[in-house]
Design a protein around this ligand. Structure first.
Ligand code: GAL
Length: 195
């Protein structure tokens, strides 16, 4: 799962937040012009991706996380929403529980919504639905980043911070699976540890 080299950030993106894995950009504060957005790590390059067993990028996609999740773990998923996409699901699981369910819905009674939740002991928790925008487009590629910190998951799509989800399942080292399914095709799934 080699990381592909990313081109230097073009000038028209120079005012956007700094993203991990993009070492060749001008130095700048993290996340300018986004007052309520959390800081993502600065421009220092991430360490090499963890060597995980190679998985075919078929959907449903299931990846065991041998070390669980942990502070500074960054999951990067690239793929395409299918042309008639109704929903995309990304789960971080702890056995049968789902610590983090990330579920963009393209048409929920005519509205687009990203539902986040947990499933603990077969019970869905309280849905988190507030979101500043819906960045997924049916038929279009996307890059989804999930950065685990001590308190929460931070989610960015297409290089822009989107939302946070506070940990409900707090035994991070026991969150041992990454699953991706529904109306999506996958191009890459990378897991790395930021410095
Ligand atoms: C349910 C749905 C589940 C899951 C859950 C999240 O309505 O059937 O797949 O998305 O909402 O709260």
């Amino acid at each position: 799962m080699a990381r592909t080299a990313k081109p230097t950030r073009p000038a028209h993106l120079a005012c956007q937040p700094t993203w991990p894995g993009q070492p060749n950009q001008p130095s700048q504060p993290t996340w300018p012009a986004q007052p309520n957005a959390p800081a993502w790590p600065g421009p220092s390059p991430p360490t090499a991706p963890q060597v995980l067993p190679q998985r075919p990028l078929t959907v449903p996609y299931d990846q065991t996380l041998p070390s669980g999740v942990y502070d500074k773990m960054l999951i990067t998923i690239t793929g395409n929403a299918k042309p008639q996409a109704k929903r995309i699901t990304v789960n971080l699981g702890k056995g049968k529980d789902i610590a983090f369910h990330f579920n963009p819905r393209f048409d929920e009674y005519g509205k687009k919504v990203i539902v986040r939740n947990s499933l603990i002991g077969s019970q869905w928790g309280k849905e988190e639905r507030d979101c500043p925008r819906f960045p997924f487009v049916a038929g279009q590629p996307f890059e989804l980043k999930i950065l685990c910190s001590h308190n929460e998951y931070k989610v960015a799509v297409n290089k822009s911070h989107l939302l946070e989800f506070r940990h409900r399942v707090k035994e991070l080292n026991m969150i041992n699976s990454l699953s991706i399914y529904d109306d999506v095709t996958l191009t890459s799934v990378n897991i790395e540890t930021l410095p």
